[in-house]
Design a protein around this ligand. Structure first.
Ligand code: AMP
Length: 431
């Protein structure tokens, strides 16, 4: 990642609290990632920040470390039902992972923290907030719910982080976000992270941030370099058979398979399981318990194969993923980078294999334009389709109501609901 930051200072040179440095060495972090090197000094000064970065760049530590540092230096016990720091995230998975990161980085600082999201009983969340916390991580819908019921008071929250702001907007959270911010002090420190910068995010940022420092990391090129990519052209009817063949070998030690829809995720997981490669599906229709069990099994190695839709997979942070399979191509080029970035974490090598059917050929072109390279074609398999390789078919029109993100097919939300034949209702709840 050195091309993004010519001289990377060490964590100690960033003058972080020694207790944080100890926690970082325990995590095995030797030097800051580019976004950390850029963001930490500005955040230590107390500045607002606009961060253009996506998951996999180390952005969580980029905002948590300076916040932890400043809070430790100026300890104010949280008042009942209050939180010193509020972090908003689009999904339960991402919120939970941020909460785990607070526990890991703040392990020597005795910070209190809790996480609040929908889809589960509010009982424990209310109890956890009763005495107040240093850090509250929340999805916007449930947070506002608890605020409106009088269980959470944001009037003393002096740091606000909006993580994956573009996805929160895609999921229809702009109103709850604005309502939430209106309840907070105006002299707070505000950080906004987003992987993309559509107009709606720029507008949100300019209304919430005061003279923000701007940091930007563009991981695609570096990340993509470490990942062995290939595309296999095949007909739609052969995809499942080909996939079963691809996940069989023992070197596929831990794999994520991406599908466009929840139905396909279920279908693929069932078919793989029947074929002797036990797989779990994870998507927005699964209960919180099912998702947690699937993820825990995947992390522990009990389940070798996870089948996921794009939104459900956001924020899943599992190391040692040997393979990413795109069973369906994503219709948004950036999603391809997100997906394949699940492998090759922490400098390791990974493989990303994409199955491309004729109808999705145009999406592959758009992805290649975004990553600035052609994805190598693997023809040495029994289901190669020359028709798919040469296809000029129009890609399917997926749903409506989304914004055009510029580079590719119109973005629709939520993505996994809008493929042909799938319901078009949009869930406003955290997934
Ligand atoms: P994030 O972009 O915050 O989701 O982080 C992506 C992954 O990078 C997580 O697994 C972090 O634990 C890891 N990570 C974050 N910062 C560093 C660092 N400085 N050195 C090594 N790994 C890191």
């Amino acid at each position: 990642m050195s091309h993004l930051a010519p001289i990377v200072p060490s964590f100690a040179e960033l003058l972080l609290n020694p207790k944080l440095l100890e926690a970082l060495s325990r995590e095995g972090y030797t030097s800051p990632t580019p976004i950390q090197a850029q963001a930490i000094p500005k955040l230590l000064e107390g500045r607002d920040l606009l961060g253009l970065a996506q998951t996999g760049t180390g952005k969580t530590a980029a905002f948590l470390l300076p916040i932890l540092h400043r809070l430790a230096a100026n300890r104010r016990p949280a008042a009942p039902r209050c939180a010193n720091v509020l972090i908003l995230a689009p999904t339960r998975e991402l919120a939970s992972q941020i909460d785990q990161s607070i526990a890991a980085y703040g392990r020597n600082l005795g910070m209190t923290h809790t996480v609040v999201f929908g889809g589960v009983s509010q009982f424990h969340q209310v109890a956890a907030m009763r005495r107040g916390v240093d850090f509250l991580v929340a999805t916007p819908g449930r947070l506002l719910d608890l605020v409106n019921q009088g269980h959470i008071d944001l009037s003393k929250t002096h740091v606000l982080v909006l993580d994956e702001a573009d996805h929160m907007l895609d999921m229809g959270f702009v109103k709850p976000i604005r309502q939430t911010v209106a309840l907070m002090p105006t002299d707070r420190q505000t950080l906004l992270f987003s992987a993309t910068m559509p107009e709606a995010i720029a507008a949100l940022a300019s209304s919430l941030l005061r003279n923000p420092a701007r940091v930007e990391v563009t991981p695609p090129a570096t990340m993509v370099e470490k990942i062995g990519q290939s595309v296999m052209f095949t007909d739609a009817k052969d995809k499942l058979t080909l996939l079963k063949m691809l996940v069989k070998p023992a070197e596929v030690s831990r794999a994520i398979i991406f599908t466009l829809t929840k139905n396909t995720a279920n279908k693929v997981a069932e078919a793989l399981t029947l074929a002797g490669s036990p797989a779990e599906a994870i998507h927005g229709n699964k209960s919180q318990g099912q998702r947690e069990r699937a993820l825990a099994g995947f992390k522990s190695g009990a389940v070798r194969v996870l089948v996921a839709t794009d939104i459900a997979s956001r924020g899943i942070d599992v190391d040692d993923i040997s393979h990413v399979f795109n069973y369906d191509l994503p219709n948004i080029a950036e999603s391809y980078v997100h997906r394949i970035g699940r492998t090759a974490r922490a400098g390791r090598k990974g493989l990303a294999v994409t199955l491309c059917e004729p109808e999705h050929r145009a999406w592959l072109h758009a992805i290649e334009r975004t990553i600035g390279q052609a994805v190598p074609v693997e023809m040495n398999h029994p289901y190669h389709s020359e028709a798919a390789r040469l296809s000029t078919m129009k890609p399917p029109v997926l749903g409506g109501g989304g914004r055009n993100q510029g580079r590719q097919a119109p973005r629709q939300a939520p993505r996994q609901n809008t493929a042909k034949g799938a319901p078009r209702t949009q869930s406003r709840k955290p997934r």
